[in-house]
Write a protein that binds this ligand. Structure first.
Ligand SMILES: [Zn+2]
Length: 99
């Protein structure tokens, strides 16, 4: 159960960061770890692929230090979803935290 809830938060982090700049797997894992989320590549990459298949992210391969790295950008649909989630976070925060 905690994993389902955390994965939802993780997806919101991904949308938020992909809205600011292109993101990649290892960078996201470090960012998420700084918030206390431990996510393995075996969970993160399928999550990114699902978000791409859903039309919320686009993927671009760049070569960095002779290695291929996949960078993800937010799409207009991803931005709409992020905006809708922002409203829900605000609502949830008002109820659960501020009371
Ligand atoms: Zn974050």
């Amino acid at each position: 159960m905690i994993r389902d809830l955390e994965l939802a938060f993780i997806k919101i982090h991904i949308l938020y960061h992909a809205d600011k700049e292109a993101v990649f797997g290892v960078g996201l894992m470090e960012e998420l770890a700084s918030h206390g989320y431990e996510i393995s590549p075996g969970t993160l990459y399928p999550t990114l692929a699902k978000m791409e298949a859903g039309g919320f992210l686009t993927c671009e391969t760049r070569t960095v230090d002779h290695k291929q790295r996949k960078y993800y950008h937010i799409t207009p649909e991803g931005r709409d979803l992020l905006d809708r989630m922002r409203q829900k976070i605000e609502e949830l925060y008002r109820e659960v935290i501020r009371q």
